[in-house]
Write a protein that binds this ligand. Structure first.
Ligand code: PLP
Length: 449
């Protein structure tokens, strides 16, 4: 797109006057007006191109303006733009069948929602109805969404200002080898001790009060924390032992992010419920949902499920979801993600970690990685404090600014930069983006003691 200062000024003025933005002090932000997007790139109104290494909010798995998704939405809009959820719709049925086919174990029914937060709300509601219990356990360092129960489940500072919303949530520490809360020295120890901690919490909270445990299969925004071998299987075993429903939140990692339809497949574990959103249709039309095991679904064969949304399984969203399956299969997206992750991203990040003293650890899988930045590699002191804002966050802001200046839109959270580009990114773009990160990290190195 050509630069257009007049259009930019109007978008910005109307935005500033009338749009109320998420998670922000309204007077302290300056949202960048975006003119266009294609594939892994988007453009501002000044003609600057940004290679999107955050896939927007880690949802744009098939990139901007994917022709198959756009066509599917256009065709569906021309055929039947909307139909309410208590009727059956061809695209909704087809998408549910396709999701059931790639879901693990006996998870074979889908309740559709409008996004990730409400998917988690409904998963918890199902678990409560089935168990007759109310409490839910979730991890510190997690994000499960912005609505009442989902924000209560969340284990990061976004919960603090929203308390108390749902009093029946208790938080536990998950595995995090680089900053082990259990002082472990090996991944095996970390898994074992994290499970012992979780079991102790279950006992202390009262197993017969706990409806569900909800876990991001790989913790997303809070650090791309990949669970050590055996951890999720141990969670499954604890849930079985105490009659607790295991909910896997795959809103961020589902649909290809790590080269699997569902990330639990990589860990050989079958939850009772899986929640999804984002990558199911790259967010072209809002869509999320809960994949339900036969055991849980059977409970609602004769007991009414008390929940619903006017737009549950919206045909435009489902049409984009069906097209997503077709593109994934035709273009070998899962294989591509595994290949690019292991052949291009991982080796390059390992080099970057050796070269830059500010890099404490890199970790991830597929096209989902974290670069954890530190001020002191010996003590692991983070480059900026937990929940840093304003002047405290300056070192990270400087790294982000350098990336943007060089044409890369980074994902930054606290002291980490995440690498989460669209799954359709070309190898050339991927290498170019990693080059920019490599260069920008010299700024972080300047803060190392
Ligand atoms: N769960 C996880 C793991 C997420 O990353 C997110 C969003 O970032 C959500 C839930 C909430 O999804 P939504 O913003 O679509 O409500």
């Amino acid at each position: 797109p050509l630069p257009d200062a007049a259009a930019e000024a109007q978008v910005r003025a109307e935005d500033r006057a009338h749009v109320f933005h998420s998670w922000s002090a309204q007077a302290l932000i300056d949202p960048l007006p975006i003119a266009a997007g294609e594939g892994s790139t988007f453009w501002d109104y000044q003609g600057n191109a940004y290679l999107d290494f955050s896939s927007q909010l880690v949802n744009l798995n098939l990139g901007h303006q994917h022709p198959d998704l756009v066509a599917a939405i256009q065709q569906q809009a021309g055929r039947l733009a909307t139909i309410q959820p208590s009727m059956a719709s061809d695209v909704r049925s087809e998408l549910a069948r396709r999701i059931a086919e790639v879901a693990p174990g006996d998870l074979d029914k889908v309740f559709f929602t409008n996004g990730g937060a409400d998917a988690n709300e409904y998963a918890v509601r199902m678990a409560r109805a089935v168990t007759g219990r109310r409490k839910v356990l979730s991890m510190y360092r997690s994000y499960h969404g912005g609505t009442a129960t989902a924000i209560s489940l969340t284990g990061d500072p976004r919960r603090w200002a929203n308390e108390p919303s749902d009093g029946s949530v208790a938080h536990f520490m998950g595995p995090y080898a680089y900053r082990s809360p259990f002082h472990s020295e090996t991944p095996e120890q970390e898994a074992e001790r994290a499970l012992a901690h979780l079991e102790q919490l279950i006992v202390l909270e009262g197993a017969n009060t706990i409806a569900a445990i909800i876990i991001e299969t790989i913790v997303g925004t809070n650090g791309v924390l990949v669970p050590p071998p055996g951890y999720l299987q141990g969670v499954r075993a604890l849930c079985d032992k105490y009659g607790i429903v295991y909910i896997a939140d795959e809103v961020m990692v589902g649909f290809g992010r790590i080269g699997e339809w569902f990330a639990v497949n990589a860990f050989d574990v079958v939850p009772d419920l899986i929640t999804f959103a984002k990558g199911v249709n790259s967010g072209y039309v809002p869509l999320g949902g809960v994949v339900i095991s036969q055991r849980i679904a059977a409970h609602f064969d004769t007991v009414s499920f008390q929940g619903g949304l006017t737009y549950s399984g919206h045909p435009l969203a489902c049409a984009a979801g069906v097209a997503t399956f077709e593109v994934f299969e035709r273009d070998g997206i899962l294989e591509r993600v595994r290949d690019l992750g292991s052949r291009v991203v991982e080796p390059r990040l390992r080099e970057i970690a050796v070269k830059h003293p500010s890099v404490g650890e890199i970790r991830g899988a597929g096209l989902f990685w974290a670069i954890e930045l530190v001020r002191d590699p010996a003590t692991h002191e983070p480059l900026v404090p937990f929940n840093a804002g304003g002047a405290d966050a300056a070192p990270m802001a400087a790294v982000a600014a350098a990336c943007k200046q060089a044409g890369l839109w980074p994902f930054i959270h606290f002291n980490r930069m995440h690498v989460a580009p669209p799954l359709v990114i070309t190898e050339e773009e991927l290498v170019r983006g990693l080059d920019i990160i490599d260069e920008a990290l010299t700024i972080a190195d300047g803060y190392v003691v």
